[in-house]
Design a protein around this ligand. Structure first.
Ligand code: F6P
Length: 341
């Protein structure tokens, strides 16, 4: 069989492990030809192909990013995009397509599947918010980077008697903030799932600094929002299209905290450091498992499914059930973060 493969959306550590697994199992054991598309859906639209043989995947397991390149581009949202996808797949004689991506890429995959293409998806996002799977590729590496950052910020926070705000990624779900906050021992964690009351934040910090300590670490997800009706002095800056701007919520919190407490406050925005560099063993293993499961599913003739981790097992879930949904941090995990503040 000729099987297409693409990586779309933001890159994450562990993508190359998944690509490697698809090629090794697909070419080596099943005798398929694996055809890579460069830069996500953009490459399918443009017919930008890259053959993927065992030679192409040597020494990539521990390398971050994606050897195929990626882009934030969705064919169904541009004129003629879906037609161009179908034309390329036909020209390249692609019989099935493996799409590795987060919410945007998987939504596009479900649209292409509706047009009759056999698709198996693999979830990846450092945000860990793809519905239907316990874990997505990249999350573990991001949490480990964010935790190390919080650990490092502890010593400088204490030395300078400061409030340190650490802003992490997570537009719609606070998985990185909550888990790195717990692992790093943050005093406060603010996540989109639990809109915050600035009065309570300030009361908590004042109490802590009076009673126990002269420093605090606040981990905030970039998508955290104040509760409705909360009177804030400062506005959160948004992008031209209303999108979240990196650093905006961190800076807004700093301004509010300094104005209301007088505490010396600093912001660290971890940004793309969370997506770069060497994947953790857990992400390499997850990428490898998902890659093998995806190509095996295609070989068995399954389609329009996504590989998913459920407990210890990798299973397949219908793609149509996944697209358009967000997996939020459960209340029980938010409660642990709160309990340890
Ligand atoms: O989708 C994952 C994510 O890491 C978000 O948490 C973040 O808001 C976004 O990517 C940043 O995207 P870009 O690399 O396009 O700036």
């Amino acid at each position: 069989m000729r099987v297409g493969l693409l990586t779309g959306g933001g890159d994450v550590p562990g993508l190359n492990a998944a690509i490697r697994a698809v090629v090794k199992r697909g070419e080596g054991e099943h005798g398929h030809s694996i055809v890579g598309f460069r830069n996500g859906w953009r490459g399918v639209v443009d017919g930008d192909v890259q053959p993927l043989t065992r030679g192409h995947i040597r020494n990539v397991l521990s390398v971050g990013g994606t050897l195929l390149g990626t882009a934030r581009y969705h064919p169904h949202s541009s004129d003629g995009g879906l037609d161009a996808v179908m034309a390329t797949l036909e020209a390249e004689r692609i019989e099935a397509l493996i799409c590795i991506g987060g919410d945007g890429t998987l939504h596009a995959a479900s649209k292409v599947a509706e047009a009759g293409v056999k698709i198996v998806a693999i979830p990846k996002t450092i945000d860990n918010d793809v519905w239907g799977t316990d874990r997505s590729i990249g999350f573990d590496s991001a949490v480990s980077i964010a935790t190390e950052a919080v650990d490092r910020i502890h010593t400088t926070a204490e030395s300078h008697n400061r409030v340190m705000i650490v802003e992490v990624m997570g537009r719609t779900a606070g998985w990185i903030a909550v888990t790195a906050g717990i692992a790093g021992g943050a005093e406060l964690v603010l996540a989109p799932e639990d809109p915050f009351d600035i009065e309570k934040v300030v009361r908590f910090l004042k109490h802590r600094h009076r009673a126990h300590a002269s420093f605090s670490i606040v981990v905030v997800a970039e998508g955290a929002v104040p509760a409705e009706g909360t009177a804030m002095h400062y506005e959160t800056q948004v992008g031209k299209f209303g999108e979240i701007v990196a650093g905006a919520i961190g800076e807004r919190l700093k301004a509010e905290i300094e104005a209301r407490t007088g505490f010396d406050t600093r912001v660290t925005v971890l940004g793309h450091t969370q997506r770069g560099g060497v994947p953790t063993p857990t992400d390499r293993i997850l990428g490898s498992r998902f890659g093998v499961a995806a190509i095996d599913a295609i070989t068995r003739g399954e389609s329009n499914v996504m590989t998913a981790l459920r407990g210890e097992e990798v299973v397949l879930v219908p793609l149509s059930e996944v697209a358009g949904k967000v997996k939020h941090v459960p209340a029980s995990l938010l409660d642990v973060a709160r309990a340890l503040a």
